[in-house]
Design a protein. Structure first.
Length: 137
């Protein structure tokens, strides 16, 4: 398996690695691109022109096995180990010292990697949504 998009890469680096995207979409307001590599689809969300969230899933939506998850975590490790935080259904969670996180969703068979910048942006969006709702009362 030669899958190795990395958090922090630019769009050009992702295109160099995978070729042109199958499609360009928007995910929760962020620009994203879907790439194909072997049996996998890779959805990369960009924040400030850098890969902030990467989702791996198989084309046939089958489960990603433990060995494949381990390889992808090693590649995404950025020379830092992933610490298992939760090992029970419905999901598995890992964290890295720099604030990045990894989750495997058993129901959708997706392996998700998110940078700390991605989570900061998500919190900011949530706060803005709450502010808008409160001001609308």
């Amino acid at each position: 398996m030669v899958l190795h998009a990395r958090l922090g890469e630019t769009e050009d680096q992702c295109i160099t690695r995978y070729g042109h995207p199958l499609e360009k979409i928007s995910v929760e307001g962020l620009p994203a691109e879907v790439f194909e590599k072997g049996d996998f689809l890779v959805c990369v969300e960009f924040l400030n022109a850098r890969a902030a969230s990467i989702a791996y899933f198989k084309r046939d939506h089958s489960a990603i096995d433990d060995d494949e998850k381990e390889v992808l975590r090693l590649i995404e490790g950025n020379n830092s180990p992933w610490i298992l935080k939760q090992q029970k259904s419905p999901d598995q969670f890992w964290a890295r010292a720099d604030g990045a996180s990894c989750m495997y969703c058993f129901s959708t068979h997706e392996l998700l990697f998110d940078s700390s910048e991605y989570w900061k942006q998500q919190r900011k969006q949530d706060e803005n949504k709450i502010d808008r709702e409160m001001n609308g009362l």
